[in-house]
Design a protein around this ligand. Structure first.
Ligand code: AHR
Length: 514
C-alpha cells in the first residue's frame, strides 16, 4: 500500500431487499469473429485437443465456473450475413461463405445450429440467437425458429430430426438483427422498425416455447433511436402491452481510452489513459439512465426490457495479429471496467433484463485466451466468477454515509464500488477499489440483521496493467481475503474492508434477519 488510504462509509439495510438482479445481466457473447468460434470453442472432432463432439473440453470446463446464464450467437455483425441453413447437415457438404466483416476470411460453416446448441448444453446455458435481418428474409427467420423449437412433424421439425435432433430445443432469447444503423444494413430507425416488426411477427411461439424477442437498438447514447423504436414498436397495439411484439430492445456500449481510430494499448497505458478508461466506463450509468427515461415515457409499467447485448473494452489489436480478428490482452484494468458495469447494472435491475460482454474467447474483453492447446483465464474471467453470488439475488441498496470521490487528471470519479445482494439466506458483497495507487478502506454499516461465516477472496496484481499469460497464468488470480473486520452491534454489524490498490473483493456470509 504505497499511498495514503482513503475511507468510504456506506449504509446497507439488510431487511429491505430490492429488485432481483437477473442472472442474465451476466451473459456472454460468441461471434464468428477471429478465433472465438474456430480455435476458441470449436476444434473439430479430429483435433488433438481434447474435445466433446468437436468442442474444446478445457474451454467448457473453465467457462462452467462462470455459470454463464445465456450465450449470444452467431453475431454481432456476422449475424446479418449468416444464413442458418448453410450451417446444418453433414459438415463436408455445407456451403462456404466469406465473413466480410471480420478478416474477410472464408467460413466453412462447420459450427452451425446443432454445434451451438451442443455448446449451450455443455455450458448449461441458455441460447440467445440473433436472426439475420440485414441480408436475410422473413422466411429464413420464421423457419429457423420452427427448426429450433417446433415439436411435431412440421417441415422444419422433420428436417431437424433428419439431422439427428428429434426433440425441439428450448430457445427464449431471440434477437431481431444487430446494429441495423451500421453493419446490419445501414438503415434508418424507421426502416428498421418496419422490417423488424415483420421478422418478429413470423418468429412464432411454437408449442410451449415462448420467445423473448429483442429489437436491435442504439449505439451508446443514441436516445433518438430508442425513442423511434419505442414509438413505432408499440404503435397500433390498442389495449395490448407495449411488449406485445418485442419483449426487449437492445443497445451497445464499448469502452476504450482513446477514440475509435486509436483505442489505446491493451497492456501499456499511462495513469491518464487508465483514468480516461474508467471515466468512459462510468458513462454507462448516464447512458442507462437516458435509455430508461425514454422507455419509461412509452412503457411506464416496464413491460419491455432493456438489453445491453454488447459491452466491454475494445483496445487496438495485439501487434502481429489480424486486425479483423480483434484479439487483445486483458489486464486488471479490464476487470475493473467490468466491475464498474456490474455496479451500474445492479442499479438498473428493474429495467435491464440482459447484458452480454463481448466476447467470450480470444476476442475483445475475453474470459479465456487460447494459444494452440494452451489456455489462460483473464482478470475479467475472475471478476465474473467472483460475482456469481449476485445472480438472481435481491439487491440491497448501498447508500453513502459520507461524500466520496476523488480528483484525477481533470476528472471526478468515485473510487470504490460496493455491491450487496441477498439470496436464500446468503449475503454477497463485492467491492472494487478503482484507484491504481491508493489503498482504500470501506466501512459498511450493515443494519437490521446479523451475519456469520464471513469469507472472501481478493483479486489484484502488483500493478493495474498486470495480466495472465501462458508463462505466468496466475499473475492475477483470486487469493483468500484477510482484510475484513466485523464488529457486531445491537441490531447489525460494522464491516470494514481494506481494499488494496486496483482490487476486487468478493465476500459471502450467512444472513440472519431480525
Ligand atoms: O463485438 C464486435 C462487433 O462490435 C460486433 O460484431 C458488432 O455488433 C459491434 O460493432
Amino acid at each position: 500500500m504505497n499511498a495514503q488510504q482513503g475511507t468510504d462509509e456506506v449504509v446497507v439495510n439488510l431487511d429491505t431487499p430490492g429488485p432481483v438482479i437477473s442472472r442474465h445481466i451476466y451473459g456472454h457473447f460468441a461471434e464468428h469473429l477471429g478465433r472465438c468460434i474456430y480455435e476458441g470453442f470449436w476444434v473439430g472432432e479430429d483435433s488433438e485437443i481434447d474435445n466433446v463432439d468437436g468442442i474444446r473440453s478445457d474451454v467448457v470446463a473453465a467457462l462452467r465456473g462462470l455459470k454463464i446464464p445465456n450465450l449470444r450467437w452467431p453475431g454481432g455483425c456476422f449475424a446479418d450475413e449468416y444464413h442458418w441453413m448453410d450451417g446444418i447437415g453433414p459438415r463436408q457438404d455445407r456451403p462456404r461463405m466469406v465473413n466480410t466483416h471480420w478478416g474477410d476470411v472464408v467460413e466453412n460453416n462447420h459450427f452451425g445450429t446443432h454445434e451451438f446448441m451442443k455448446l449451450c448444453e455443455l455450458l448449461n446455458t441458455e441460447p440467445y440467437i440473433s436472426a439475420n435481418v440485414g441480408s436475410g428474409t422473413v422466411r429464413e427467420t420464421s423457419e429457423w425458429v420452427e427448426y429450433l423449437t417446433r415439436g411435431d412433424d412440421a417441415p422444419m421439425s422433420q428436417l431437424r430430426s433428419q439431422h439427428g435432433q428429434t426433440e425441439p430445443w428450448s430457445v427464449k432469447f431471440f434477437g431481431i438483427g444487430n446494429e441495423p444503423w451500421g453493419c446490419g444494413g445501414r438503415m434508418t430507425a424507421e426502416q428498421y422498425v418496419a422490417l423488424a416488426r415483420q421478422h418478429a411477427t413470423y418468429a412464432r411461439d411454437h408449442g410451449h416455447n415462448s420467445l423473448y424477442r429483442i429489437a436491435a437498438g442504439a449505439s451508446d447514447d443514441d436516445y433518438a433511436w430508442t425513442e423511434t423504436l419505442m414509438k413505432h414498436l408499440t404503435q397500433g397495439l390498442g389495449d395490448r402491452a407495449p411488449s406485445d411484439i418485442f419483449q426487449a430492445i437492445s443497445f451497445h456500449f464499448y469502452t476504450f481510452s482513446g477514440g475509435w481510430a486509436d483505442k489505446g494499448h491493451a497492456t501499456e497505458f499511462s495513469r491518464d489513459e487508465y483514468w480516461n478508461t474508467i471515466a468512459k466506463a462510468q458513462q454507462i450509468t448516464r447512458i442507462l439512465r437516458g435509455h430508461t427515461a425514454v422507455m419509461d415515457a412509452y412503457d411506464p409499467h416496464q413491460t419491455v426490457g432493456l438489453a445491453l447485448d454488447e459491452w466491454g473494452t475494445w483496445w487496438n489489436v495485439e501487434e502481429g495479429t489480424n486486425p479483423g480478428f480483434l484479439y487483445q490482452q486483458n489486464t486488471m484494468r479490464d476487470a475493473l471496467v467490468a466491475a464498474v458495469h456490474f455496479d451500474a447494472f445492479h442499479h438498473f435491475a428493474e429495467r435491464l433484463t440482459l447484458a452480454n460482454i463481448a466476447q467470450t474467447v480470444n476476442v475483445l474483453q475475453a474470459m479465456v485466451l487460447t494459444d494452440g492447446a494452451e489456455l489462460v483465464l483473464t482478470p475479467t474471467y475472475h471478476v465474473f466468477e467472483m460475482s456469481t453470488g449476485h445472480h438472481d439475488a435481491q439487491r440491497l441498496d448501498v447508500r453513502p454515509r459520507t461524500p466520496s470521490g476523488m480528483t484525477s487528471p481533470g476528472k471526478h470519479t468515485e473510487h470504490t464500488k460496493v455491491n450487496v445482494s441477498t439470496k436464500d439466506g446468503t449475503l454477497t458483497i463485492t467491492a472494487a477499489n478503482l484507484d491504481p495507487d491508493t489503498a482504500q478502506e470501506v466501512t459498511l454499516d450493515l443494519r437490521g440483521g446479523t451475519i456469520s461465516g464471513l469469507r472472501g477472496r481478493v483479486l489484484h496484481g502488483s500493478d493495474v496493467s498486470d495480466h495472465n499469460t501462458p508463462q505466468a497464468p496466475q499473475a492475477v488470480a483470486p487469493t483468500p481475503y484477510r482484510g475484513a473486520t466485523l464488529v457486531p452491534y445491537d441490531r447489525g454489524a460494522e464491516l470494514t474492508l481494506s481494499l488494496p490498490p486496483a482490487s476486487f473483493v468478493s465476500l459471502s456470509a450467512q444472513l440472519d434477519s431480525h
